[in-house]
Structures are given as structure tokens and as C-alpha cells.
Design a protein around this ligand. Structure first.
Ligand SMILES: Cc1cc2nc3c(=O)[nH]c(=O)nc-3n(C[C@H](O)[C@H](O)[C@H](O)COP(=O)(O)OP(=O)(O)OC[C@H]3O[C@@H](n4cnc5c(N)ncnc54)[C@H](O)[C@@H]3O)c2cc1C
Length: 349
């Protein structure tokens, strides 16, 4: 069709007295029609006892995409975790893979399972929470499918259009993927956890196969045990920085955390100095948190730290330097020596 005839068609279209609402309804129906062809596989994570909350965030993200949602639960003994997932409303199927090869959740062994599942069901999206496991698993899956992984998204604008942060959270990028299968990890703090009540999806056995690749071997793991809430899901987080001066001084933060039922975090400077273990690190190369209340103690507010906590609902900063950049993002700031302020606060609570 040449340009002149295109204009003619356009004119004819204008002359047809279309009702605006009719066009809207037709568009809406068309989108729903397209959604019917979408199907998402959510990768479930658990600790062999309980489903990890990040999977609930991933299910919410999958619901935003529309279409069928399947959940893949794998492990050595995970049927009771699958039962927990089956209570989530709105799922099409739950695929369960129990195999000794999944001991320790080695990504080398789990990748063939995800690929076999994909081969059988031909999903349009494979989606998981952004965690230590999926950061290792999904790039492998994407490479095998010859598509680009889309990591740590914070929003979904459509089935092929996603939002993610770049430059340590200083810029927001909207990307459109043309890949036939979208392999995505989602930032848990940006998607509400899906309910685990009211659903009754039946479980099915995931495709079988030889999953022990021998590429890696699980030897042991040391899990840090704490009575405090987990850092990424705690409602209150108190983090200490280099200003704490030593690991012993973190006791001040633990005492305060006990009063507030809070998790304790740290800046990378505090971790690098050996004050606390590195699983406490908050930031670009640590954990991303978005609690109701974040208290930064003796932390300057470098962009890499802010990248991990600036979505917190209320930010409180305690720092003796009034020029510290943390005060620019803080809702409440206290310019004071932390060794005076923190015990006083704990005492008052
Ligand atoms: C690639 C890359 C990734 C990184 N990833 C991360 C990350 O994930 N997380 C992260 O945190 N950092 C990260 N960093 C490091 C980051 O740039 C900063 O170096 C770090 O966050 C600084 O930690 P801090 O605020 O504890 O220390 P400092 O910047 O040294 O600040 C200490 C603060 O304590 C205050 N203070 C000192 N004594 C007292 C006192 N008695 N009372 C009150 N206040 C006091 C000081 O005024 C100062 O503001 C990364 C850096 C790079 C290059």
C-alpha cells in the first residue's frame, strides 16, 4: 500500500463513526486474547521445610504478566512444600521434582530440569525471585535457550516490557524483550507476596531425567542461625557502618534490635573491616531491603549502600557528621555520636 492510499484508508477510518468505548473494549478483549497464549513457569525456592517468601513475590509478578502460571518445586523431599504452594490461588499446575541430584540446590543439576520442563510445556516466561540461587540458575537456563536473561526487574509494563534499575539504582531502565522466551528474575521488595490461602491446585510430577551432571558436588553448608527476623523480610532493619568501630560495638545494635524485633544489617565497610559476617551486607553487592523502618547507624550513605535500602518506607539516620549524604534520603536524621544516641534510644524503648 502506498502513502496516498494509506492516507485514504485513514480518512475512511475517521469517517466510520467509531464509538470510543467500543474501541477500548475491543482492545481490552484483544489483550485478553493475547494473554491466553501466555504461560509462565515460576521457580519455587524453599529450605526443604518451608517455601521462601520470595516465591510468593515471584507468583505476584507472574500474575501481572497474565496467562497460565505453573510452579516448579524441586528438592530431595519437597512434597510438603508443594502442598504449601498448592494453597496459592490462581495457579494452573504445580510440578514437583524429587531427586537426590537436587541436594544442595546445585544450579548445574537444576538447569537440565528447568530445560526439560520448558521443552514439555513451552512457556513464554520463566520467572523467579532474584536470589543467590537464581542468579546462578537462570543465566544458565537463558544461555541454553539462547535468550538474554532479564535480571532483577522492579516492574512489569507488559508481557515483553520490564523495568529495572541501572547504575546502582541511580537510573531506571524500561526494556522491551524480543526473545521468544523471557527468562526473568524479580526484585522481591517490589512485588507484594501472593497469598498462600484459598487455592487447591493439584500437584503433578515434573519431567523425569538424569539430573546429576557431576559438574559440581555439594559438600556442606553452614547456616547462620538467628532468632531475629530474616534481613530481607524484616519489617524493621537496623544497620551499622564503619562508624561502629568494632564488631563488639554491634552489640549496641543487637540490643536495640531486640526491642524493635528488628533484623541487623551492615554497610560493606563494616563487613570488609570484619565487624560482622558478609550475609549482613545491605547494598548493591549485598541484600536489597525495603522494610517499614530502616535505621542507619554510623553509615555515610554511599550510592552503593543506598541502592540496597532507599525503597524503605521510613529511613532514620544517626550520624555525627551533619554533611553525611545519608541525611539526603533520611526521613528523620539525628546528628549525634552513635555511642550516646543508640543506648539512650534503647533505654527509652
Ligand atoms: C562496586 C562497589 C560495590 C559496593 N557495594 C556496596 C554495598 O553493597 N553496600 C555498601 O554498604 N557499600 C558498598 N560499597 C562501598 C561503598 O562505596 C562505601 O564505601 C560504603 O558503603 C561505606 O560504608 P560506611 O558508610 O559504613 O563507611 P563510611 O563511608 O566510612 O562512613 C562512616 C560514617 O560513620 C560516621 N561516624 C563515624 N563515627 C561515628 C560516631 N561515633 N557516631 C555517629 N556517626 C559516626 C561518619 O560520619 C561516616 O559518615 C560498594 C562499593 C563499590 C565500588
Amino acid at each position: 500500500m502506498n502513502f496516498t492510499s494509506m492516507l485514504e484508508v485513514d480518512e475512511q477510518f475517521k469517517e466510520m463513526s467509531f464509538d470510543g468505548s467500543l474501541v477500548f473494549v475491543l482492545l481490552f478483549q484483544f489483550c485478553k486474547y493475547l494473554q491466553r497464549f501466555q504461560s509462565t513457569l515460576v521457580i519455587a525456592e524453599h529450605n526443604n521445610e518451608k517455601l521462601l517468601p520470595i516465591t510468593q513475590n515471584a507468583i505476584t509478578a507472574a500474575k501481572k504478566l497474565g496467562g497460565d502460571i505453573s510452579v516448579l518445586v524441586f528438592g530431595t523431599k519437597c512434597s510438603h512444600v508443594a502442598e504449601q504452594v498448592s494453597k496459592a490461588p490462581g495457579l494452573a499446575r504445580i510440578l514437583v521434582a524429587e531427586n537426590e541430584a537436587f541436594h544442595g540446590f546445585l544450579p548445574e543439576n537444576v538447569t537440565p530440569l528447568v530445560l526439560a520442563t520448558q521443552k514439555q510445556f513451552n512457556f513464554t516466561h520463566i520467572l523467579a525471585g532474584a536470589t543467590a540461587l537464581t542468579k546462578s540458575l537462570l543465566p544458565r537456563v537463558a544461555a541454553k535457550l539462547d535468550v538474554s536473561p532479564i535480571s532483577d526487574i522492579i516492574g512489569i509494563k507488559g508481557p515483553d516490557t520490564f523495568v529495572r534499575t541501572i547504575y546502582a539504582g541511580n537510573a531506571i531502565l524500561t526494556l522491551k524483550s524480543k526473545d521468544p522466551v523471557k527468562v526473568i528474575t524479580v526484585r522481591g521488595t517490589n512485588f507484594e507476596p501472593a497469598s498462600l490461602e484459598g487455592g487447591s491446585t493439584v500437584t503433578e510430577t515434573a519431567p523425569g531425567g538424569e539430573y546429576k551432571t557431576g559438574l559440581s558436588q555439594f559438600l556442606s553448608q553452614e547456616l547462620s542461625k538467628s532468632d531475629r527476623p530474616e534481613l530481607t523480610s524484616a519489617k524493621v532493619v537496623i544497620s551499622g557502618g564503619r562508624g561502629m568501630k568494632s564488631g563488639e560495638n554491634f552489640k549496641l545494635l543487637y540490643d536495640l534490635a531486640d526491642k524493635l524485633n528488628a533484623a541487623v544489617g551492615a554497610s560493606r565497610a563494616a563487613v570488609d573491616a570484619g565487624f560482622v559476617a558478609n550475609d549482613l551486607q545491605v547494598g548493591q553487592t549485598g541484600k536489597i531491603v525495603a522494610p517499614e523502618l530502616y535505621i542507619a547507624v554510623g553509615i555515610s550513605g554511599a550510592i552503593q549502600h543506598l541502592a540496597g535500602m532507599k525503597d524503605s518506607k521510613t529511613i532514620v539516620a544517626i550520624n555525627k557528621d551533619p554533611e553525611a549524604p545519608i541525611f539526603q534520603v533520611a526521613d528523620y536524621g539525628l546528628v549525634q555520636d552513635l555511642f550516646k544516641a543508640v543506648p539512650e534510644l534503647t533505654g527509652k524503648l
